[in-house]
Design a protein around this ligand. Structure first.
Ligand SMILES: *Cc1c(COP(=O)(O)O)cnc(C)c1O
Length: 395
């Protein structure tokens, strides 16, 4: 059977825009061209590899300065950061927490770690993230506000928080969402794991939530091997975040006094050393990634039936992970396209399966999820490493 032309076109565009001298083009690989060796070596030479050391403090200060958020607390990974963010704002057992169904599993798992229940909501085609207008209509219909708390009239449970996620680096429409949260007494936590270097109306993502989670996993825009951070503009909350993630130990030279159930979530110094070196290069990574995205955009605009996902008007994206959308008439070819590209050594991937369809979340509350369902069927992620952005090719 003759392959539809669209598949050949996609393969050819990817080969031209993201050429590589290797047999295999990864979806996203890290780049270590700066002070990584020297900072990590210093940790080894001095023996400061573990839970204390100057790089943790330095990394936290650098993160706070870069994002403009008052306090950053470095932790073991982004999932742990989300878990603590939810605790900080008071999410308790049997609360519901609003979260998009189209996100990485960590967003919902962190809610489950608090014995709370994810309540899945739909996405916007423009941002691929939570749709605040659809959420507002939905809350009006299914909730009532009593004693400054929001209750789900259908389940009787309190809805405590909303966790938007800035998908692939594209910022969610935050002004509308903040307004909805205020009206319904909902705490806002940003899952900014994918959006370090992304701005909403000129301010870095992570400045809107009471607490925000970042991730520095190996596939993110910058990495600490594994790692994450909690951001907050509330000094008291920041202090508590540090305390909770460092076993809730009271400072003392020798006594072990812990004043609540804490977590051993602190980031080791050796990972923070890597983080400092990576963060120094973030502006350069961003330039390269935006250059790569611009090339993709230009070339895909000439391919019928495919659109390249671009940043919304109100924001600036880090273009962490590039994505194309197949028009509905071609979405039945999604898996064939994934297979053809991967067989040619170009790594591509579908977007996540909707979390509301996974077995452990099958019985959770949800709104109409038709936009997310449509997006699930047509999004394909394409190679996005910063190193690809440095290549200059005629497109
Ligand atoms: C990467 C990621 C996280 C956190 O992942 P970790 O691997 O635990 O650092 C959370 N949410 C989203 C949306 C992510 O992409």
């Amino acid at each position: 059977m003759k392959q539809p032309f669209i598949m050949e076109e996609i393969v050819s565009v990817l080969k031209r825009v993201a050429p590589s001298n290797k047999d295999f083009v990864a979806l996203h690989e890290p780049s270590f061209q700066g002070n990584e060796w020297s900072y990590v070596k210093e940790c080894l030479d001095t023996g400061w590899v573990s839970s204390v050391g100057k790089y943790v403090d330095r990394f936290e200060e650098m993160l706070s300065e870069y994002t403009g958020v008052k306090r950053a607390v470095a932790v073991v990974n982004g999932t742990a950061a989300l878990h603590i963010c939810l605790k900080l704002v008071g999410v308790e057992s049997d609360d519901e927490v609003i979260v998009p169904t189209l996100t990485f599993i960590a967003s919902a798992n962190a809610i489950s770690y608090c014995q709370a229940i994810p309540h899945f909501v739909d996405s916007s085609v423009e941002t691929l993230g939570l749709d605040p207008n659809k959420l507002a209509d939905y809350l009006l219909e299914i909730t009532e506000v009593r004693n400054n708390s929001c209750y789900n009239k259908q389940t009787g449970r309190r809805i405590k928080a909303v966790v938007p996620m800035h998908t692939f680096g594209h910022p969610v429409e935050l002004d509308t969402l903040v307004d909805v949260c205020q009206r319904y007494h909902l705490e806002l936590i940003e899952d900014a794991a994918e959006s370090l270097g992304s701005y909403y109306k000129g301010r870095h993502t992570g400045n809107w939530g009471r607490a925000t989670a970042l991730s520095f996993n190996g596939n993110k825009i910058m990495t600490t091997g594994g790692g994450g951070a909690i951001l907050t503009n509330d000094e008291e909350l920041g202090k508590w975040a540090k305390h909770l993630t460092t076993t809730a130990k009271k400072p003392h030279n020798w006594e072990f006094v812990h004043d609540q159930v804490g977590y051993n979530y602190r980031m080791p110094n050796i990972n923070a050393a890597l983080g400092c070196a990576q963060l120094e290069q973030l502006p350069d990574f961003l330039t390269r990634k935006r250059a790569l995205a611009a090339r993709y955009h230009k070339v895909f605009s000439k391919v019928d039936g495919v659109s390249f996902v671009t940043e919304p008007d109100f924001g600036s994206s880090n273009y962490w992970l590039n994505a194309i959308m197949l028009s509905p008439k071609w979405s039945h070819l999604r898996d064939d396209i994934l297979q053809a590209t991967n067989e040619q050594g170009i790594m591509t991937r579908p977007v996540w399966k909707l979390l509301s369809d996974l077995p452990m979340y099958a019985a959770t509350p949800r709104m109409d999820l038709s936009v997310a369902k449509q997006l699930e069927s047509c999004i394909i992620n394409i190679p996005s490493s910063a190193s690809l952005g440095a290549v200059h090719v005629e497109t």
